[in-house]
Write a protein that binds this ligand. Structure first.
Ligand code: BGC
Length: 328
C-alpha cells in the first residue's frame, strides 16, 4: 500500500515537473520572439542614414518644394531626412544650424550657401570630420563640398534677361529686385541678367535693390524705387517672392503700366501671369533639386563616385504656356 502511494506521488511530481518545464520553454520562446521583434522595429528607423537638409527659410514655398522632393527620395532610398531652417532668413541662424548638424555627427548634410566667408570653412570642417556635404540651390564652389545640385544661376539670369528683351518694346528704364545681396545664386543671376541687357542699349537698368527674400520687403523696396525713378517701366525680380511683391507696389501706386518679370512658379505668380499682371517668370525645379540631392548623397554613402555639378532644368513661363504648365 505504502509503495503504491509512493508511485502515485512520483507520477504526480513528474507530471508537475513536465508542466513547469514546458511552461518555461514556451515563455522563453515567447520572450525571445518579443525581443527579436523589438530589435527589428528599432532597426527600422535607427539604422537608416540620417541626412539634414538646411534651407534658407523654413516655410518659404520654394523651400517646401525642395523638402518634398528630398523626403520623397528619402522614402525611396531609405534615408531619414530632417528638414530644418531659420523662420526668417538669417545668415547667422543658418550658420548655427550647420554647426549643430556637424556637432551631432549626422551621416550627411545638404545645405544652401548664403555667404562664402561663413559657409566655406564650415563645409570644409564637416568634410574633415567625414560628413559629406552637398550644396543645394546656391553653390560654394571654393569649398570641399562633394557636389552642387541646383540651377546654373548665371544662365538663369541670362534667361531672365532674354525674356525681358523679347517681350519689351522701345527704350525703357529697368528696376531690378534681387533676393539677397550676399548669396552666390542671386549674385550670379544679376550678373547673367545684366550681361544680356548690356547688349541692348535701348534698355537701361537704373536701380537694383534687395528684398531679403520677403514679399513685403520686395513691395516696400519696389515702391521706393518707383518713387525715386518714376520713368522705370520694367521691373524684374530674381527670387521666388519678388515679382508678387513688386506687383503689390505697382497696385499701391496705380502703376499698372509696369511690365513685371519674376522667378519661380509660386501659386500667386502663376495666377498673376494668367491675369496678365506678371509678364513672365523663369521657373526652377526645386522638387528635382531636393530629390537629386538625396539620391546623390545615397550614391556617395554607398561608395559611388559622383559628379561635382548637377544642374537642374529652367524654363520660361508666360501667358502662352501657363495653362499647359498648370495641367502638367
Ligand atoms: C532662390 C532661393 C531663395 C528663394 C526665396 C529662389 O528663387 O533660388 O535661393 O531662397 O527664391 O524665395
Amino acid at each position: 500500500m505504502a509503495q503504491k502511494k509512493w508511485t502515485i506521488s512520483l507520477i504526480v511530481l513528474l507530471l508537475l515537473f513536465l508542466y513547469v518545464f514546458f511552461h518555461f520553454i514556451t515563455v522563453t520562446k515567447q520572450l525571445e520572439k518579443t525581443v527579436a521583434k523589438l530589435q527589428h522595429e528599432q532597426k527600422g528607423t535607427s539604422h537608416l542614414p540620417h541626412v539634414i537638409l538646411i534651407s534658407q527659410e523654413f516655410d518659404n514655398p520654394y523651400w517646401r518644394k525642395i523638402e518634398q522632393g528630398a523626403k520623397e527620395a528619402g522614402k525611396k532610398y531609405d534615408v531619414n531626412i530632417e528638414y530644418i531652417g531659420p523662420l526668417r532668413t538669417s545668415v547667422d541662424e543658418q550658420v548655427k544650424l550647420l554647426e549643430k548638424a556637424i556637432a551631432s555627427r549626422v551621416d550627411g548634410i545638404i545645405v544652401q550657401n548664403l555667404k562664402d566667408e561663413a559657409f566655406t570653412p564650415l563645409i570644409d570642417k564637416a568634410i574633415s570630420r567625414n560628413i559629406p556635404v552637398i550644396t543645394i540651390d546656391a553653390d560654394a564652389p571654393e569649398s570641399r563640398r562633394i557636389a552642387y545640385v541646383g540651377t546654373n544661376n548665371f544662365e538663369a539670369g541670362q534667361l531672365l534677361g532674354k525674356a525681358v528683351v523679347s517681350r519689351v518694346e522701345g527704350e525703357r528704364e529697368l528696376g531690378v529686385m534681387i533676393g539677397t545681396d550676399t548669396s552666390e545664386n542671386q549674385r550670379l543671376r544679376l550678373q547673367g541678367f545684366l550681361s544680356v541687357i548690356a547688349q541692348h542699349p535701348r534698355l537701361k537698368v537704373v536701380s537694383v535693390a534687395s528684398s531679403n527674400i520677403s514679399r513685403i520687403q520686395a513691395s516696400i523696396q519696389a515702391e521706393q524705387m518707383l518713387r525715386k525713378h518714376p520713368h522705370i517701366s520694367v521691373m524684374a525680380g530674381t527670387s521666388a517672392l519678388d515679382a508678387i511683391g513688386i506687383r503689390m507696389a505697382t497696385k499701391n501706386l496705380h502703376r499698372q503700366d509696369i511690365q513685371i518679370f519674376g522667378f519661380d512658379d509660386v501659386e500667386e505668380t502663376i495666377e498673376a501671369i494668367q491675369q496678365g499682371d506678371i509678364v513672365a517668370t523663369v521657373v526652377q525645379k526645386p522638387y528635382d533639386m531636393g530629390y537629386s540631392a538625396v539620391k546623390l548623397m545615397v550614391e556617395h554613402l554607398s561608395g559611388k563616385q559622383i559628379q561635382k555639378e548637377h544642374f537642374t532644368a529652367i524654363e520660361v513661363i508666360d501667358r502662352q504656356n501657363v495653362q499647359q504648365e498648370r495641367n502638367k
